[in-house]
Design a protein around this ligand. Structure first.
Ligand code: NAG
Ligand code: NAG
Ligand code: NAG
Ligand code: NAG
Ligand code: NAG
Ligand code: NAG
Ligand code: NAG
Ligand code: NAG
Ligand code: NAG
Length: 753
């Protein structure tokens, strides 16, 4: 029996009062049972405590490598939309220490180092019995247009020139802030589940590997989406609250966050960030992005072999006979080059969205809106349709698994093991979403363009031993990262295995990118175990979420592994990687039961912290200066004042700028579009509206000068009136401290077109 006092302390004072009063109320009601656990107010009856929160995690938007494509040339130069983290908290009112905190972060992948820092801050603030390793999931949306350099391991830092502490800190502080907001908003509510469909929402980017899976198995899924079932177009939705009290949702759908191409250098949220923006702003159109109370979570699923480039992959080989033709299917090459083969999103032909920004065609922004909109529409359809209410316990379980040396028994009784991490040759070839990312690694002895690589290549991965070659077979090893520990770990050896449960809904939090078929196998294996062990009934609904917590790269089926395309080459721990995960996740199912086993499940040791050894070659901002006779924020190219603007047009102004790394403006904005209402200005757009762009240009490193170009593409529903554009900057003098300034364009007129 729980005394309400202790759990109540974990709540905000108001919620605690509420919890106490309802608790006592239910005690009086249940007179026939002196031990009243669970009460009529508890999770068993579908009553939960729910909390939601959102926060800004946008790191430095210039002079920092972007994360996802791992392309040295993709250094950011400005901002399209801010990155956010969305926090979803569920607790059992009967036992509020039974809670789960799901962080859906608009980043490429979760990370061990970032998660460790988040957990430490949450433990300090709320106590480690409230939020801990077990019940906090740190999930990335797998977008490829965010700020990089935040990961703890060396391999994903390669193109970022090491660690960017500013990027990492923004993610950590934002994740803690969103959690704090969710915690403070805890209030009674209900949960419901539904399932929808995102037609043409993704395409398989390695269909020839998918075909290696047994025909009988593929036959079970022919109607699930994609080409003969090589994709999952189903979307699972968990709604928080209902009716007047609907507060948000978590939706699960797999599609790579690669709608925006590798040649874009503006920080953005890709298609899941766009879906969340579209949804949240449709509920609260007047609120600034990130300042809504309704929180829409678009979570990544079994993303490994999915692509948002739904038209397929084509050769961009000007002057060659195959220019514009589909790439060679099994190798994704054009004239034997991977670099020319590019996927195309649904709006490839029109590109109107891009043209509207005045950027010139072809960065994928228009397709990004399409793929984001498909997901937002699918979620809306589920939420508006029949959903079933969720009842039952809130549970979580987490262990560390040392995947370098993990031995286990296959269902057929044979003992097998995983191997220390290694990347195969096809890893360097990249994918049709972003080809040839690591081409400098395949290196002969030429000097690469990457100074970080020049430092670490000599300590590079020792030649693989005979055992490692045999263990990883048939993967030809390019980078033997599991044996590379200097100057710090290149790849994770130990990963997080975690499961969360609310009622009949179970979330497998995956430290990597499962392919479509791998996702099905693990989901079905865990579901079967949940049912056969009596933890959940026949209505068990299981989803996967990731890449989360640790980035353990890809997870293919053994058959796909044998084909060794990019996904197989990036399956770190050898051919039995997926089977090892299936074995581990199913073995933990009993800990999700209403009456879980006493104690914690056996866990390997937590991976050693790497951040203290991190190398960083990113230099700090030296100083900013305005050109002689000018001041920071002064307009150097003004808006047009002699004629009005109409919707569809782009209005822009350029200012004397300063480095935005001086102040990230977290929870704020680098710009505003203001409208004159009677005699005062109302801000109508921030830097997070997709219709605005913030672009920074370094004019002279020696003189410390730079300019900022701010543009706004006027939406069709814009009210006519007088407007202005403002720029919020911060400059760093050679000596002294950083100071803020504001620039403003002239007033301009928008008329109805
Ligand atoms: C909380 O911290 C204490 C002291 O460090 C430790 O003994 C305990 O296991 C921690 N609890 C959790 C849930 O992590
Ligand atoms: C990174 O930034 C955080 C917060 O600003 C600071 O506390 C920490 O010392 C920094 N770490 C390094 C290695 O610079
Ligand atoms: C955010 O919303 C709150 C209340 O809804 C409001 O007071 C505040 O001004 C808003 N902030 C911004 C930046 O719009
Ligand atoms: C691709 O298919 C062609 C023709 O079927 C075959 O000759 C070639 O070896 C295949 N390449 C790969 C990488 O599988
Ligand atoms: C500023 O942005 C506008 C709109 O995107 C563009 O047309 C213009 O060329 C840009 N100017 C400069 C100097 O970058
Ligand atoms: C950006 O890359 C895409 C995909 O390769 C390409 O189609 C497009 O033309 C490129 N855009 C620009 C402006 O170079
Ligand atoms: C069990 O399956 C593995 C992997 O397919 C295979 O290598 C092994 O021979 C099988 N063992 C038995 C006893 O069939
Ligand atoms: C690199 O240089 C070494 C020594 O000169 C040579 O033995 C090796 O074959 C070269 N490797 C490649 C890939 O060219
Ligand atoms: C813009 O309009 C405001 C309000 O009428 C006025 O105070 C201000 O002087 C105008 N700015 C310019 C640059 O004309």
């Amino acid at each position: 029996m729980h005394l309400p006092l202790l759990p109540a302390l974990l709540l905000s004072p108001l919620d605690a009062l509420h919890a106490l009063s309802t608790k006592y109320f239910s005690v009086f009601l249940s007179s026939d049972s002196p031990i009243y656990q669970p009460t009529a107010m508890g999770a068993a009856d579908g009553n939960y405590l729910l909390g939601l929160g959102i926060a800004d995690i946008t790191g430095p938007v210039v002079e920092t490598n972007m994360m996802g494509y791992a392309s040295l040339g993709q250094t950011d130069t400005g901002l399209h939309m801010r990155q956010r983290v969305r926090a979803f908290l569920v607790a059992d009112p009967d036992a509020p220490e039974e809670r789960i905190l799901f962080l859906n972060a608009d980043i490429a992948m979760g990370d061990t180092g970032a998660r460790r820092l988040i957990l430490a801050e949450l433990a300090e603030e709320f106590g480690n019995e409230t939020y801990h390793e077990g019940n906090v999931a740190f999930v990335g949306t797998h977008q490829h247009s965010g700020v990089g350099g935040y990961l703890e391991n060396l391999l994903p830092q390669l193109t970022a020139l090491g660690l960017s502490n500013q990027s990492l800190s923004a993610i950590v502080s934002g994740s803690v802030l969103a959690s704090r907001r969710a915690h403070a908003s805890l209030a009674p509510g209900t949960l419901s589940l539904g399932r929808g469909f995102v037609k043409d929402g993704s395409r398989n980017r390695s269909p020839t590997a998918y075909l290696a899976n047994p025909e009988e198995e593929r036959a079970q899924y022919v109607d699930n989406g994609g080409d003969a079932g090589d994709q999952e177009w189903g979307m699972d939705v968990l709604r928080f609250g209902d009716g007047e009290n609907e507060r948000g949702f978590l939706s699960f759908f797999a599609v790579h966050g690669t709608s925006i191409y590798e040649n874009n250098t503006l920080i953005s949220g890709d298609n899941k960030g766009m879906a969340a923006y579209l949804y949240e702003s449709s509920i609260e159109p007047g609120a600034m992005p990130g300042n809504q109370t309704y929180v829409a979570g678009f979570v990544q699923g079994a993303v490994g072999d999915t692509s948002p480039n739904t038209l397929g992959a084509f050769c961009e080989s000007p002057g060659k006979p195959y220019d514009g033709l589909p790439c060679v299917a099994n190798s994704s090459t054009c004239g034997e080059r991977a670099q020319d083969c590019h996927g195309r999103g649904p709006a490839f032909a029109s590109n109107s969205g891009d043209a509207g920004y005045g950027l010139g065609a072809g960065y994928g922004f228009a397709s990004n809106v399409e793929i984001g909109k498909k997901q937002a529409d699918a979620a809306r359809a589920v939420l508006g349709g029949g959903m079933t209410s969720v009842k039952g316990s809130v549970r979580s379980v987490h262990v560390f698994v040392d995947m370098a040396t993990h031995e286990f028994v296959l269902p057929n009784g044979t003992r097998v093991g995983t191997c220390p991490a290694a990347m195969g040759f096809s890893f360097a070839g990249g994918t049709t979403d972003g080809p040839g990312a690591f081409d400098f690694i395949q290196g002969d002895n030429k000097t690469s363009q990457n100074p970080f690589w020049e430092i670490v290549k000599d300590v590079i991965t020792p030649d693989p031993s005979k055992e490692q070659v045999a263990c990883q077979y048939p993967k030809p090893i390019l980078l033997n990262t599991g044996y590379a520990h200097e100057p710090y770990e290149w790849s994770p050896g130990t990963v997080d295995v975690q499961l969360l449960r609310v009622g009949n809904f179970v979330m497998l939090i995956i430290p990597g990118e499962l392919t479509t078929m791998a996702g099905r196998r693990i989901r079905e294996a865990v579901r079967a175990e949940l049912i056969s062990s009596g933890v959940v009934g026949e209505d068990a609904q299981v989803v996967v979420a990731g890449p989360a917590n640790t980035y353990g790269h890809y997870i293919t089926t053994r058959e796909e592994y044998s084909v060794q395309r990019y996904e197989g080459a990036s399956t770190l721990y050898g051919p039995f990687t997926l089977e090892a995960y299936i074995d581990k996740y199913t073995s933990l199912v009993s800990f999700l039961g209403d009456v879980p086993p006493i104690g914690s499940p056996p866990s390997d040791e937590a991976p050693a912290e790497q951040l203290s050894k991190a190398i960083s070659l990113q230099t700090s901002v030296k100083f900013d200066a305005a050109p002689i006779g000018k001041r920071f924020g002064q307009v150097v190219q003004d808006v047009v004042t002699t004629a009005p603007y109409r919707s569809g047009q782009s209005v822009f102004a350029r200012f004397v700028g300063a480095n935005p790394r001086n102040n990230l403006h977290l929870e704020g904005t680098f710009l505003s579009v203001d409208r004159l209402d009677s005699d005062s200005w109302t801000t109508v757009k921030s830097d997070s509206h997709p219709s605005t762009l913030y672009r920074w240009t370094r004019e002279s490193t020696v003189l410390g000068t730079s300019t900022v170009n701010i543009s706004w593409t006027i939406e069709s529903d814009t009210a006519p009136g007088i407007y202005r554009i403002r720029y919020f900057g911060d400059s760093k003098p050679l000596i002294g401290s950083i100071s803020e300034f504001v620039g403003s364009s002239s007033n301009f007129t928008v008329v109805v077109s």
